[in-house]
Structures are given as C-alpha cells and as structure tokens.
Design a protein around this ligand. Structure first.
Ligand code: MG
Length: 241
C-alpha cells in the first residue's frame, strides 16, 4: 500500500484481506510491479467521440480482448516489434474488478469495481488494420501498460486523463465525454462474460493517438490516481536503452 511517499508492505494481495507487516520503504527505492495479476483484460474500442473521426458511432459498446502476457507496469519498457510498423500509445482509464460479476445492472457496477488505475493500450496500427484479429496489434508483449497503483473511491463519470509523449501533451479528456459510460461498458461485458477479481477493463482512448518511437517516454496521468510512465525501445535493443 502506498501512503504519501512510502510503500507499506502487506501480507495478501490487493483484492483480498491485507495485513500490514510494519515494513516500509521510500517509494523512490522500490520497483512497482503491475498492481494486479489480471486473468483477462477487456478493452473498449471507439468510446470517445473525439477518437472516432469519420467512423460510425458504435450502436453498443465494442469490447475486445487483450492478453495477460502483454501486461507491464510503470517503469517497464514498451518494446516495438521490429516488423510492426507504426505503434501508437492509447492512454485510458482502467477499471479493476473486485468481485465476480455476471449480468450486472449499470447501477450495481460500483459494488463490483475495486478501483481504477492508468493504462496504455499500446496498438500496432498496421497489424490492427491488416490482420483479421487484433491478437498481435493489441497483445504483443509489453502492449498493456498499467499502474502505477490502484486508487479506490473515485467517480468513474468524472476522471481527467492526459497523455504526454516526451513531456508534450498529446491527449486530454474527461470520462464524462465517453460515448458509453464506464458503468454501462462493464454491465454490457457481463451480459456475456463473467468478470473475475483482478480482471481489467480498459475504457477507451480519446482524441488522436501518437506514434511511439524508440527512446520516447510516454506518461498516462489520471486525476486522483497518478502517472504511469514507460520508456519505449526497439526490439533487440538493450534494456538500458
Ligand atoms: Mg484502446
């Protein structure tokens, strides 16, 4: 658990019972891992009017799946596959499911969400356009960045999100601008699929996304949560680059 600038070690995972061990460290001296071990990741496509451009507005939320093997935490590198062509950032608010959920009503969704974190739904645009499925466009290793931690008690209808690449702001929105609200998207997903504790729901990216190049630093900031920071490197390049 993070309080102020210190990390307090606990026994148990973030979603179950937790007992503080009494051991603490300065935040600056630890490496934060992804805040949960997700069983599955559901992501909503085309969910901000500003992101749609000339495309038709979806008549319902449009979920797709990302793999747990693609997850990285804050401070980890996003690796650009050598044969992928253009790879973009997609800053998003991410819901962390806290209880098993099936056939939820929209008004009950908050009881099943543990909290929220920042996410980057890294996307290889040429693979996204050219492949029949988005398996590698959205789930290549390192293409699902989440963190730095989970914050509870936030209002999903009023969260500010901003993305910076090398310090320059490239995306900014508020979740009040979503086409389908976070509660509506989660309820819709559970009409077909059971969500389990630790599952992640990416809620859509706003505006125009920006191409990532080796050496870039990309930050996704959500108000009330914090900043997810990832460096970008080319496949095969050393981890220190
Ligand atoms: Mg996305």
């Amino acid at each position: 658990m993070v309080r102020g600038r210190r990390v307090h070690l606990v026994r148990g995972g973030p979603l179950g019972t937790r007992q503080e061990t009494g051991e603490t460290y300065p935040l600056s001296q630890v490496q934060l891992l992804p805040p949960v071990k997700a069983g599955k990741i559901v992501a909503i496509g085309l969910n901000y009017y500003t992101h749609i451009g000339d495309r038709a507005i979806p008549s319902k939320p449009e979920p797709f799946l990302k793999t747990p093997s693609s997850v990285i935490g804050t401070g980890d590198a996003i690796v650009l596959p050598s044969d992928a062509g253009r790879v973009d950032e997609e800053g998003e608010v991410v819901a962390v499911i806290g209880r098993r959920a099936r056939n939820l009503r929209e008004e009950d969704v908050d009881d099943y969400v543990f909290g929220y974190t920042c996410g980057n739904d890294v996307s290889a645009r040429e693979w996204q356009a050219g492949d029949l499925q988005w398996w590698r466009a959205k789930s290549s290793d390192t293409f699902t960045a989440v963190g730095p931690w989970i914050v509870t008690g936030l209002n999903p209808d009023d969260m500010d999100i901003a993305v910076r690449v090398n310090g320059k702001e490239v995306q900014r929105a508020n979740t009040s601008e979503l086409i389908y609200s976070i509660r509506k998207c989660i309820a819709f997903i559970t009409s077909a699929m059971t969500l389990e504790p630790g599952d992640l729901v990416f809620t859509g990216t706003p505006g125009a996304t920006t191409q990532l190049n080796a050496g870039d630093s990309v930050e996704v900031e959500v108000g009330g949560i914090g900043i997810l920071v990832n460096r970008v490197r080319a496949e095969g390049a050393g981890a220190g680059e």
